[in-house]
Design a protein around this ligand. Structure first.
Ligand code: FES
Length: 166
């Protein structure tokens, strides 16, 4: 059912840890299952002064596909400029994992959306210009989060608690 690559990332997830002092956090949930994910980013600069994802890590309450996609999205984004990181789509993540079963494609949203939210929150909190496209994506993710909260409020609270104390 899962590709070898998915199982590789599931069994040996990359960058899975809570970051102590991140520049920004992206938190997203999945309205189909109530699973939640956190992406942490540290932003630095490359040799030509462009902002890049210097470090990135994640934590998730999710299934095999959510874990593999979280691991893969952080591998793809690390060291990239913010613009390049924003070009990483769910489809690209799934493709890099040699595909996901169609019933599991929704799980890949967590990873790509988490990255978008972390970058949005970084630009927002440092009062930098937010591209219109990114603002729109953030608004959609926010609406989606409201649905998650409505449908799975208690479950999400439990995940939050475990995340805080874990
Ligand atoms: S079933 Fe919830 S993220 Fe996959």
């Amino acid at each position: 059912m899962y590709s070898e690559k998915v199982m590789e990332h599931f069994n040996n997830p990359q960058n899975q840890r809570k970051m102590e002092d991140p520049d920004a956090i992206g938190k997203v949930g999945n309205a189909l299952c109530g699973d939640v994910m956190w992406i942490y980013v540290e932003v630095g600069e490359n040799e030509v002064g462009k902002e890049i994802i210097e470090d990135i890590s994640w934590e998730t309450f999710g299934c095999t596909a959510a874990i593999a996609t979280s691991s893969m999205v952080t591998e793809l984004a690390k060291g990239e400029t913010l613009e390049k990181a924003l070009e990483i789509t769910n489809e690209k993540v799934a493709e890099e994992l040699d595909g996901l079963p169609s019933v599991k494609m929704h799980c890949s949203n967590l990873a790509a959306d988490g990255l978008v939210e972390a970058i949005y929150n970084y630009l927002d909190s440092s009062n930098k210009e937010i591209p219109e496209d990114l603002r729109k994506r953030h608004e959609q993710i926010e609406q989606h989060m409201e649905k998650v909260q409505e449908e799975y409020g208690d479950y999400v609270e439990m995940e939050e608690e475990m995340h805080r104390t874990g």
